[in-house]
Design a protein around this ligand. Structure first.
Ligand code: GAL
Length: 852
């Protein structure tokens, strides 16, 4: 390796300077640029690669969670911006907070059923706090991860600014407005102009808030950009002039420094890279003799040899620590996680990650967390992702807006690819008061901020500049597309830019005509996949949104025919059924979409289809197609709003994972003699044999492109049993039994030990069982909850899309035998005891432990 490593030589410009630039083994790399910096060739012991981080830290950067002790008022109180305002009657709460989810469903709510049918309006938040230590000599910044929407912020009565887009993260520097003792921050949130969204947005400071304190010379917020290309042995990289006989990572770091002292400064910048095991693998240092108000530095490493790659299976992350030193002390330390990986979209072969071909098996997700509304909770997001992972999903599209930062952290950590999406509309509206009103003034800032905030996440492989944008249908689309792609490329050239399109004729699609996108993203139209290469030779292709099938968990309507609800563009609602439900046999879809099987069969056939994002992984609040009120949440999910999988989940699991799957549907409670379609999803087996009360109903095997097998069975009560076999050997057995009357309650917690941090959650599934322990498939008993100890109910749900029961309650009706109680810890360690009571059923309790 030594033979291939060349140390960079730097000229000493000042004999007095002791700063060293070293540790750069750079196999024939390009020059490194340091704005206003010098580097020198002698080794300084304090920066030797084997040493720990330079010490001491004089007064480190702090980033404190700023969620507690906010006062909230629902309504407009213009006087509340002033410190003199008395808020003693306001409600005290902890952020993140979504006031809409606390409200009552009402068809007349201005957000309409499409927006979830919950209240919106104007709300105010105020928080009294003490300025951080030594604030006069520090840079104090308040960071909002997201406020929906039109936030305006005041500190001690001084206006800091506004941010219309509810999905952008933003910050204000508040140092100069702080005073010793009491300070007050006031935030007005205005979500009153409705309708403003095609789905449920939530209202309020629904993401985390942080208070950051740094020295006046510091790395700026989102101030690093690390790209880390994985270069396979004996392959070519544009910046490395020779092919190497081993794998390397080419790491490029851009750092933005700020100096708010008002004077030119000098500083030493140290950049250390730690591998995923925490071992220091690279170290670099250089001086900046004349640090102005803002400085951009670029630094490159060409020799992280045999790097540990970020992948879906092993999402390893490296860590860059950037330190600024003055007078021998570290005055700032800023961490950036990144991953080493390569990926490629190919017009013929599709997608590959780290040189390995694979299909993007994605789902679209909106940001709401069901019964918790839009209020960010890391555990709730993690649970969603765990459920998706177990189904075989490897990619998420954050439809149709930038997500919470923690969501991307989870995707990095758990191994999901991400298509990060900026907008659902540009200058042309989709709903009356949506973002089109802010687009002209804000789109550049919002798009730039999304890229700057998110570009270090290894999970992100695609930037989407918009979903089904109206401008694709007229010539204004050309200029806007070019502009937006330019904004993205200016900040990140390492990821392709895409837009989710619906106009399928190239000559009529003006976003496509702009000729600026890297990949053709098509929504729906699965029948066009086949001939895409013929119609668009050499164009890379991704199915950015698919399917839009409609299902209600546990509801089965005859599987004989496929229904399109609504049937065409002229029909808004379908006749449907009086249960406000859609069959879980995967035989209902919107007319523009397809059943799950229809699209997946096409997508899996062709290598040129890089992947797909199914609409949607989970049901979400709002957009309750195909039903009118009281339907208020979507039917599109593969998993319902409470997190209970619908049957199709197992079709994907049988196709998208290698773990053995056998799943039969429907339940086994029917009228005697009824002819019932029994389906089985399976894999890793040659056949499935079905038995009713011990009698074989025959063996079935999937033929051609079948994704399930089926039997037409005359119902008789008892036990339906399926056995999958490979080479005659049993693989799996599944049984479903005719249930008797509801008799008892079963409580199953996803986790029985949670953190006593005031945030952690235990999701408790409530199952209504008969005396023999079978789930009663149509049980709808009202379950009342009692909570004792160190926790509370954060929300309840049952997954029924037309339920108007509140989410914040201590009761819930079961729906098809199930409901859910979400328990949240307090900060006190101990236990949470949940008791579930229903008339006529045996009561049950469960105990969750909470600890530090
Ligand atoms: C798509 C749209 C999604 C959702 C979906 C429902 O056209 O991009 O946001 O509305 O339809 O089928």
């Amino acid at each position: 390796m030594a033979a291939l490593s060349v140390s960079r030589h730097c000229e000493a410009k000042s004999a007095n300077t002791v700063i060293t630039r070293h540790s750069l083994s750079r196999p024939f790399g390009k020059a490194i640029s340091f704005a206003e910096s010098d580097c020198f060739g002698s080794l300084n012991p304090i920066l030797a690669i084997t040493t720990a981080l330079p010490k001491p830290i004089s007064e480190p950067r702090t980033r404190t969670n700023f969620n507690k002790n906010w006062k909230f008022f629902l309504g407009d109180e213009s006087g509340a911006k002033s410190n003199a305002y008395l808020d003693s009657k306001w409600r005290l709460l902890t952020l993140p907070h979504d006031w809409s989810i606390e409200g009552k469903f009402d068809e007349k709510n201005p957000a309409k059923p499409e927006g979830g049918g919950l209240p919106t309006g104007i709300g105010w938040y105020r928080k009294e706090f003490t300025a951080p230590p030594n604030y006069q000599n520090r840079l104090i910044t308040i960071e909002f991860d997201g406020v929906y929407k039109n936030s305006e912020v005041w500190i001690n009565g001084k206006y800091l600014g506004k941010r219309p887009y509810g999905y952008s993260s933003f910050s204000y520097e508040i140092s100069k407005f702080l005073k010793t003792g009491k300070n007050i921050i006031a935030v007005k949130v205005d979500n009153s102009a409705q309708p403003d969204s095609r789905w449920y947005s939530g209202s309020g400071i629904y993401r985390n808030v942080w208070l950051t304190s740094t020295a006046k010379v510091a790395v700026s917020n989102w101030g690093t950009f690390v790209t880390a290309d994985y270069v396979k042995a004996n392959s070519f990289h544009p910046n490395v002039h020779h092919q190497l006989p081993f794998d390397i990572a080419v790491v490029k770091i851009k750092t933005n420094l700020i100096n708010k002292t008002g004077k030119i400064q000098s500083a030493i910048v140290v950049q250390n890279i730690y591998d995923p095991k925490g071992k220091l693998v690279k170290k670099d240092a250089f001086t900046i003799k004349k640090l102005g108000a803002v400085e951009d530095l670029t630094n490159e490493f060409y020799d992280i040899n045999n790097p540990m790659l970020w992948s879906i299976e092993n999402p390893f992350q490296y860590k860059l620590v950037t330190q600024i030193l003055q007078n021998g002390k570290v005055i700032d330390s800023y961490e950036t996680k990144f991953g080493v990986r390569s990926f490629d979209f190919d017009a013929e072969k599709g997608f590959s990650l780290n040189g390995k071909s694979m299909k993007i098996l994605g789902v679209c997700l909106h940001h709401d967390l069901g019964a918790l509304g839009a209020a960010v909770n890391v555990r709730a997001m993690e649970r969603q992702l765990e459920i998706m992972k177990a189904m075989g999903v490897n990619a998420i599209r954050t439809s149709h807006n930038p997500p919470a930062p923690e969501f991307l952290d989870l995707c990095d950590k758990m191994g999901f690819l991400v298509m990060d999406e900026a907008f659902d509309m540009w200058a042309k509206k989709k709903t009356k008061n949506d973002y089109h009103l802010n687009y002209p003034e804000w789109h550049k800032r919002d798009l730039e901020d999304m890229i700057k905030r998110d570009r270090n996440h290894p999970s992100i492989i695609l930037w989407s500049i918009g979903n089904e944008i109206r401008e694709q249908f007229d010539s204004t689309g050309i200029a806007i597309t070019k502009e937006l792609v330019g904004i993205v490329k200016n900040l990140d050239k390492t990821r392709p830019v895409i837009s989710a399109l619906t106009e399928t004729k190239a000559e009529k699609n003006f976003i496509y005509q702009a000729n600026a996108l890297d990949i053709y993203g098509l929504n729906y139209n699965h029948k066009l996949y086949k001939d895409f290469p013929k119609n668009y030779p050499g164009v890379k292709f991704l199915a950015t949104e698919t399917t839009s099938a409609l299902e209600t968990r546990g509801f089965y309507d005859t599987a004989d025919s496929i229904r399109r609800w609504p049937k065409d563009g002229k029909t808004k609602f379908t006749e449907g059924n009086k249960e406000w439900s859609a069959s879980a046999y995967d035989n209902v879809s919107a007319y523009w979409g397809s059943t799950h099987e229809e699209t997946w069969k096409e997508a899996k056939k062709y290598d040129h289809v890089s992947g797909l994002f199914v609409w949607t992984g989970f049901d979400y609040l709002g957009e309750p197609l195909p039903y009118p009120w009281p339907a208020r949440s979507s039917y599109f999910g593969i998993v319902d709003l409470a997190g209970f999988p619908k049957d199709t989940y197992y079709m994907y699991q049988s196709e998208w994972t290698s773990k053995p799957v056998l799943h039969i549907l429907p339940h086994w409670n029917w009228e005697a003699g009824k002819s019932v379609d029994v389906w089985a999803y399976y894999n890793n087996a040659d056949e499935v044999e079905l038995y009713l009360n011990g009698n074989s109903l025959g063996k079935k095997s999937k033929q051609n492109d079948d994704l399930h097998v089926l039997w037409d069975v005359n119902f008789e009560p008892g036990t339906l049993k399926a056995v999958s076999r490979k080479n005659g050997k049993e693989v799996l057995v599944r049984e479903v039994k005719t249930a008797g009357a509801p008799a008892k309650i079963e409580l199953i917690a996803d986790r029985k030990n949670i953190k006593a941090d005031g945030k952690d959650l235990s999701f408790v599934t409530v199952r209504i069982l008969d005396a023999a322990g079978n789930v009663v498939p149509n049980a709808d008993n009202l379950v009342n909850f009692k909570v004792e100890g160190n926790g509370f109910i954060a929300g309840v749900d049952n997954g029924f899309q037309a339920s108007l029961e509140p989410f914040k309650a201590n009761y819930r009706k079961a729906f098809h035998g199930l409901c859910l109680a979400i328990l949240q810890s307090t900060e006190k360690s101990g236990t949470i005891k949940l008791t579930a009571i229903a008339v006529g059923l045996t009561t049950n309790s469960i105990i969750i432990k909470t600890g530090k």
